[in-house]
Design a protein around this ligand. Structure first.
Ligand SMILES: C=CC1=C(C)c2cc3[nH]c(cc4nc(cc5[nH]c(cc1n2)c(C)c5CCC(=O)O)C(CCC(=O)O)=C4C)c(C)c3C=C
Ligand SMILES: [Fe+2]
Length: 534
């Protein structure tokens, strides 16, 4: 079957993620506690660096007092001075994220409060999208996806339409999506691959003397984030590192998962008190960049004349408004990520031409450009003969690599005059990559629970969750501008009248839409808009 991958799992691990018991690696038994975390923070970025020893564990942290109190250096994004060389000046600036986005502290970072003691149980929560495991799962999976206000962004006034609209679009899109999933073996491989990545990550962490348990929380299908959180509570985890499996941050992916997590955390006494930190994006990490470069290098070698091949980075798109109106950093991070990979390739004497385009658009609005399909056609017209497609926004094989790239885009390329086509596999469990994720987790540990979060004030500005809110709000300008919801009716030409008129109008539109879908006739069909969702 075209585009089908045979085996998604990586090598097996002795550390089962389904077990709830914690085995201690030799280093952290009571007889031998003198292991050290391999933390080396870039001194140049620090106005102060502290070294802590708690229960024989060595930790270093820095706080940059030249910056405003709301900023610290995103130290866990690079663990060694070597890694720093990867950064352009621009990327360093970008790493000065709001403090709350990175650590559990409102003001100054003081990791002396947070000894990693023997009783600590460390957890890592991998966040991912999730995918339907059978064809019957496709429509409910799509419903969950479209019901997410970070995927279909309705003005607050029309939020009450989110669920009916999700139902409507998911039913409409399901047949086309089912075809795609049928062609890759009847379901998404995402769960299997993410589970395997979790196992491998746990293995690397234990090998690096960090006895952590790794959990998988999916946004739109099993195992749902809520299920992972329940397991985390059952396991009595005391320190949690939240690691979205998206290299680049987007409101629609990591942002959506973090928003969900924030709402779960806020309502739960155990979770409010559990110390945690978030790694919002990690596209700039040395291990990730090197692993990507290696995969590209390997695939280039399979072409007859590797130097003539154009490297074609294809990222999942987002609607243009996310970037231009809501301030999603996705495009900027993507471009920087591509630059870093090309710099790494250059070090390996690979100087091929390259381009970046965006795939998988859905619906009638404008998405990030250039579009992958249009770019392939243009390149064919310009006489490009060899293309190597590099999926860049996702670290697992999934429907858009196995079907869209391997089948649809390949066919389009060959039709457009491109003669040789190749595709770089997704990273999956590539060891350099997983080992680097483990390092990212370890580097973030000193910032887990760098403050007490149990008091009421802290709870209100709970970070990083509270600050994830801040981070999202900073991008989500529309949301901030929207007026508060109207709950009381007032007579006259008032806000409440506008609200209820608006709701009545939308209800009417919805009825028309349902009629249109059931009868197959109406204004959307006449204008050619409805088929776009199919
Ligand atoms: C970084 C990756 C992704 C971004 C950004 C993203 C945004 C985004 N996606 C949709 C709509 C759909 N996405 C679908 C599947 C899907 N999306 C991603 C990744 C990103 N999405 C992945 C990895 C997958 C596949 C999961 C799998 O089952 O293997 C789908 C369903 C498939 C289909 O019908 O095509 C939809 C629909 C929007 C609207 C959006 C940004 C707003
Ligand atoms: Fe998507």
């Amino acid at each position: 079957m075209k585009g089908l991958i045979q085996s998604h799992a990586c090598s097996s691990s002795p550390y089962s993620s389904s077990s709830s018991t914690f085995l201690r690696p030799p280093c952290l038994t009571s007889t031998s506690r003198n292991c050290k975390f391999p933390l080396q923070l870039p001194q140049a970025m620090c106005s102060s660096q502290r070294i802590y020893r708690c229960s024989g564990v060595h930790m270093e942290a820095c706080h940059n007092s030249y910056l405003s109190k709301n900023h610290i250096v995103a130290r866990f994004s690079w663990g060694s001075s070597e890694t720093q060389s990867l950064f352009s000046k621009q990327s360093l600036n970008k790493l000065l994220l709001p403090l709350g986005a990175l650590v559990t502290s409102q003001t100054q970072l003081d990791v002396s409060n947070v000894p990693i003691v023997d009783e600590d149980k460390i957890g890592v929560l991998l966040l991912n999208l999730g995918g339907p495991e059978t064809l019957d799962d496709v429509q409910p999976f799509l419903f969950n996806l479209f019901a997410d206000p970070d995927i279909i962004r309705l003005p607050r006034l029309f939020r009450f339409l989110q669920m009916p609209l999700a139902q409507f679009i998911s039913v409409l899109r399901a047949p086309k999506s089912k075809e795609g999933y049928a062609s890759i073996g009847g379901g998404s491989p995402l769960r299997q691959i993410t589970d395997a990545q979790a196992e491998e990550l746990m293995k690397f962490l234990w090998e690096k003397n960090v006895p952590a348990k790794v959990y998988v929380g999916m946004r739109y299908w099993h195992p749902f984030t809520e299920e992972a959180i329940e397991q985390i509570k059952r396991d009595r985890i005391t320190k949690l590192v939240v690691l979205p499996l998206y290299p680049q941050f987007s409101i629609s992916t990591s942002g959506s998962s973090l928003r969900l997590l924030e709402s779960i955390f806020r309502e739960d006494e155990y979770l409010v008190n559990m110390q945690h930190t978030v790694i919002p994006s990690w596209y700039q990490r040395e291990g990730y960049i090197k692993a990507m470069a290696k995969l590209i290098e390997n695939e280039l070698k399979k072409f007859g004349s590797p130097e003539e091949v154009m490297i074609f980075f294809s990222a999942h798109g987002v609607p243009l408004a996310y970037v231009e109106e809501a301030g999603d950093p996705y495009k900027a991070e993507m471009e920087e990520c591509v630059d870093l990979i090309m710099e790494e390739l250059e070090k390996r004497k690979i100087t091929n031409s390259y381009t970046l385009a965006y795939q998988s658009r859905v619906g009638p609005v404008e998405w990030l450009k250039p579009y992958t399909d249009e770019t392939i056609i243009e390149l064919g017209q310009k006489g490009v003969k060899s293309l190597l497609a590099v999926p860049i926004s996702f670290v697992s094989e999934h429907i858009e690599t196995l079907e869209e790239i391997d089948v649809e885009y390949k066919e389009l390329a060959l039709k457009s005059g491109i003669e040789k086509w190749g595709r770089v596999p997704a990273l999956g469990c590539e060891p350099t990559f997983i080992s680097d994720l483990a390092d990212a987790v370890i580097e973030s540990l000193p910032y887990v629970g760098a403050m007490a979060v149990s008091n009421l004030e802290a709870r209100q500005s709970l970070v990083p969750l509270g600050s994830v809110e801040e981070l999202l709000a900073a991008y989500d300008s529309q949301r901030r501008e929207l007026p508060p919801p109207v709950t009381m009716w007032e007579w006259g030409w008032t806000k409440s009248a506008e609200t209820w008129n608006g709701r009545a109008a939308m209800l009417a539109v919805l009825v028309l839409l349902v009629l249109e879908v059931t009868t197959g006739e109406g204004f959307l069909h006449q204008w050619g808009i409805l088929p776009l969702f199919r």
